[in-house]
Write a protein that binds this ligand. Structure first.
Ligand code: GLC
Ligand code: MG
Length: 568
């Protein structure tokens, strides 16, 4: 067998063996739907506007479910659609049991679910357990110390400064969105804790009524036919218990930044990653499993948002005796690159970090972006978007696409004046770009026409990204080869390939810049991913990685847009 010398500029997928379609006789273990799912995150405010107010809505989503069907995704996760004053664009919920009027009605939601069922698409909702809006009835009642609600939130008298005699917050704790995590409430004459914005008071999970209430929220939406939840912001769910005098400990200076308003200025030992948080997730899993036992149907899933270190994150999966979340999000492909840049070695490191820490028998998952991170095509470079989309679909387990990643959408340019994200607004004109999440939330690009086909109205809630005339569904669908057509072939391959669903995984770095990944399953065609993360064309001998990769046996399946792969 001749060795294969492959010159690659960016990325390609190859099949090894005769058949690309695996033979039906290949023995495999049956997998539940979520274990090989392609999840798709919709940011409802920016997906599709049906009524011309410049804000995406539920009927807009329903009108585009066929697009998701054509993409081939398994399930769509909707960022919050519940009643909210929109301080944090839906992550500040004033009624967990109702729909935000500018997004539609409960009837519209039921219609969305009905249509999704017809198309065999699953819908997952965002569950925001850590906090509510300060406009939630629960909070108003808590402020008034109404019976049953007095301890719904984390209240504290604060401290009296011995030198000045003045009242001060109970601790130095910082919120995520810059500044103190404590806010004085005049009416109740106490401080309340808010790990996010002032308008997002933290619920008190040491109160069993709160625990029960939030389980009601889960059951309510399960009864409406959702296929599970993405659980928001888990690390700050619990804080450490106060001491015998009711005092909480201060965090110490971390040394990570000089900026004393930035959350990273202090450690988060007492306000994140507490063991009670893991147990709460196990309880929510029980709610889901019980619901299925009673009502039947497919399993519904828990996806967990945590940017915590592996020792904490992996506990969410459960242990030998109890099941936890189906998929705690794996953000390593985001966070490792944020720290050290995109390279073949760092891709390998990000993958190792998950696969080597994941408990046996659990399912991996791979995430490139979301509404909190700059768009993947901007972070990795547009030339790498196909390579990264390929990577997450070739790796074992589930993967998650943030709306627009399939098109190679890039960040919008948002001025300080147009900034609306609280994280940006809580900073200033000089530094807001470090914090604001508006650039990754600009409207989805459907066409090259007015408002990118997102809205018929005169304006949109955030300006469009500059590239919408070339980067959009209409233009990319019409092209023979585009980010979108590549993405669709990847999903099609993933759905049809037993090797990708069940095969073993082997990977390595070649010639410093090239990352190679092989999935193989006995009796079926292997699939090989080869990606050059360097800036110059390079020739690699794949037989150095795997002896079976000879020239005559390989067939090109998918190549990236810029790839000028040539065999020689
Ligand atoms: C999560 C969300 C983010 C939100 C925060 C507070 O991190 O993804 O958008 O601001 O939680 O709910
Ligand atoms: Mg609208």
């Amino acid at each position: 067998m001749q060795p294969l010398h492959l010159s690659i500029v960016v990325c390609c997928l190859l099949a090894l063996g005769h058949a690309c379609q695996d033979s039906a006789s290949v023995p495999t273990t049956a997998k539940d739907w979520w274990e090989t799912a392609q999840f798709y995150q919709i940011y409802p405010r920016s997906f599709m506007d049906s009524d011309g107010d410049g804000i995406g809505d539920l009927n807009g989503i329903t009108s585009k479910l066929e697009y998701l069907k054509e993409l081939g995704v398994t399930a769509a996760w909707l960022s919050p659609i519940f009643k909210s004053p929109m301080v944090d664009f839906g992550y500040d919920i004033s009624d967990f049991f109702d729909i935000q009027p500018e997004y539609g009605t409960l009837e519209d939601f039921r219609n969305l679910i009905r249509r999704a069922n017809e198309l065999d698409l699953k819908i997952i909702l965002d569950f925001v357990p850590n906090h509510s809006s300060n406009e939630n009835e629960w909070f108003k009642k808590s402020v008034r110390r109404e019976k049953g609600y007095a301890d719904y939130y984390v209240w504290h008298d604060g401290k009296v400064n011995a030198a000045t005699g003045e009242r001060e917050p109970p601790t130095n704790w910082l919120q995520y969105f810059r500044g103190s995590a404590w806010e004085w409430n005049e009416q109740r004459q106490q401080y309340y804790l808010h790990q996010f914005a002032v308008q997002q008071p933290d619920l008190n999970y040491r109160n069993p009524d709160v625990v029960a209430q939030m389980k009601r929220v889960l059951r309510y939406w399960l009864n409406e036919g959702v296929a599970g939840f993405r659980c928001d912001a888990l690390p700050p769910l619990f804080e450490v218990l106060p001491d015998g005098q009711g005092q909480y400990p201060d965090e110490v200076v971390s040394g990570a930044t000089e900026d004393a308003e930035d959350r990273d200025y202090l450690t988060t030992t007492y306000i994140e990653n507490q063991p009670e948080t893991v147990d709460m997730v196990y309880q929510w899993r029980e709610v889901l499993d019980d619901h299925r036992r009673i009502h039947g149907g497919n399993s519904s899933v828990l996806l967990i948002e945590t940017y915590s270190p592996a020792w904490f994150t992996m506990q969410f999966y459960g242990n030998r005796t109890v099941n936890g979340a189906h998929l705690p999000f794996n953000f390593n492909l985001i966070t490792v690159m944020e720290k050290s840049g995109l390279s073949a070695a760092n891709v390998q490191q990000a993958i190792d970090l998950w696969l080597q820490n994941m408990p046996a028998g659990r399912t991996a998952n791979w995430v490139l972006g979301n509404h909190d991170k700059r768009r993947a095509a901007s972070r990795y470079g547009l030339e790498h978007i196909d390579g990264m989309n390929m990577l997450v679909m070739i790796l074992p387990g589930a993967s998650v696409t943030y709306q627009g990643e399939e098109l190679g959408m890039t960040d919008g340019q948002i001025s300080w004046e147009d900034t609306v994200d609280p994280w940006g607004c809580n900073s200033n004109a000089d530094i807001y770009e470090q914090y604001t999440r508006d650039p990754e939330r600009t409207p989805f690009q459907w066409t090259s026409g007015s408002n990118a086909g997102f809205s018929m109205g005169p304006t949109t809630w955030l300006p469009l990204a500059d590239d919408y005339q070339t980067v959009n569904v209409e233009t990319e669908s019409a092209a023979n080869h585009s980010h979108l057509t590549i993405y669709k072939s990847l999903i099609a391959l993933r759905r049809s390939s037993k090797t990708l669903q069940n095969g073993s995984t082997k990977y390595a770095v070649l010639n410093d810049d090239v990352f190679v990944l092989k999935r193989s399953l006995s009796g079926a065609a292997s699939i090989v991913y080869v990606c050059n993360f360097g800036s110059a064309a390079v020739t690699v001998d794949l037989t150095e990685f795997d002896k079976s990769l000879g020239k005559d046996t390989l067939r090109l399946l998918v190549r990236s847009l810029d790839s000028a792969k040539s065999e020689g």
